[in-house]
Design a protein around this ligand. Structure first.
Ligand SMILES: *Cc1c(COP(=O)(O)O)cnc(C)c1O
Length: 343
């Protein structure tokens, strides 16, 4: 069993032995000077995997999303996204700071935006309104519980974007999880979008990195934005080498994380005071609450830690995430700890 069962996030994954080996042997250059063979290889492989012309390796999902926002929006223009979207809530206000855009959020159900609702938010074209520039979707949707956005919904929103001449972006930090859970080909899932941001450092276990993919022209402009944001890296092939292991070896195993999450969620659901909606448990994330007992959360956190289980709460909800560094035994340990604390 692991020394500590860390369910705080899938970002805590450590590089696998194969990644450490790949780092040690990676062919390196200087990406800012234009010759980094391993970075170039990762960018090309990721673009091919997702069915787009080109890719851009960046330090974080935040930078990747925000480069896309700045590509698609002029200052003062507007973005439509779901109310709980990471780009809107969890990127430190970068939309205002970098793209100088404003947001028109829509409340979705399980992270899914109603296409008619989105269409109503598209601004009429006149001098008083901001211009709507972009629809942004998140799949899987983190705050809604790692929920999968149905492909029909993605296509219906694409129709709205096309009809109104809007750009269409996917925050696909965990698109891998949606792909493995649905069996839909990645190229089909990504086809409707102009740009897609994917994370290598979540379920795919790389230490650092995201890739933005899109048309060759968008990615070329994105390279300037990355440099302006201080994201030009030098021997970044060290990191890209891990990314290549991520996209070639770490995708299919996500089904193990999904099975572990299901087991965890079903076990938690058995505890009487736990409020957990199993219909939101699609992939590797589970949220639950224990209504009326929020004042005890810090004490529970300590008691979990004493039992070598790490989890976290955000407001009134606990979040637990499975990944490559927790297994079925860690799930048993976590369930035993929660039963002791709450049972
Ligand atoms: C983690 C995450 C990101 C990017 O996060 P970074 O920590 O900047 O890499 C973007 N979108 C979603 C949905 C995420 O979960």
């Amino acid at each position: 069993m692991h020394q500590v069962s860390d369910f705080r996030s899938d970002t805590v994954t450590l590089p696998t032995p194969e990644m450490r080996e790949a780092m040690a042997t990676a062919e390196l250059g200087d990406d800012v000077l234009g010759t980094e063979p391993t970075v170039t290889k990762l960018e090309k492989m990721t673009a091919d995997l997702l069915g787009k012309e080109a890719g851009l390796f960046v330090p974080s999902g935040t930078m990747s999303n925000q480069i896309a926002m700045a590509l698609h929006c002029q200052p003062g223009q507007e973005i439509i996204c779901e109310y709980g979207a990471h780009t809107y809530n969890n990127e430190s206000g970068a939309l205002a700071y970098i793209a100088h855009a404003q947001v028109r959020p829509l409340h979705g159900e399980y992270g899914i935006m109603d296409p008619k609702g989105v269409e109503l938010l598209v601004r009429p074209s006149n001098i008083h309104n901001p211009r709507t520039a972009l629809i942004s979707v998140e799949n899987t949707h983190n705050a809604a519980g790692g929920t999968i956005i149905p492909h029909e919904n993605i296509l219906a929103l694409a129709d709205v974007a096309k009809l109104h001449g809007l750009k269409y972006h996917l925050d696909g930090a965990r698109i891998w999880n949606a792909h493995v859970a649905t069996g839909l080909p990645l190229t089909e899932m990504c086809a409707p979008f102009d740009t897609i941001s994917v994370c290598l450092s979540k379920g795919l276990a790389s230490p650092v990195g995201s890739v933005l993919v899109g048309s060759a022209a968008d990615i070329e402009r994105g390279r300037y934005l990355r440099k302006q944001l201080g994201g030009g890296m030098r021997q970044s092939g060290i990191l890209a080498a891990c990314g290549i292991v991520s996209i070639t070896k770490m995708i299919d195993r996500l089904s193990e994380d999904h099975a572990n999450t299901r087991k965890l969620a079903e076990g938690l659901k058995q505890i009487k005071c736990v409020d957990l909606d199993l219909t939101t448990v699609h992939t590797n994330i589970v949220y639950f609450s224990v209504p009326g007992r929020e004042s005890e959360f810090d004490e529970w956190m300590q008691r979990l830690n004493d039992r070598k289980v790490l989890a976290m709460y955000l407001g009134s909800r606990w979040r637990m995430v499975t990944h490559n560094d927790v297994d079925a035994e860690d799930v048993d340990r976590a369930l035993a700890a929660w039963q002791e604390i709450l049972g």
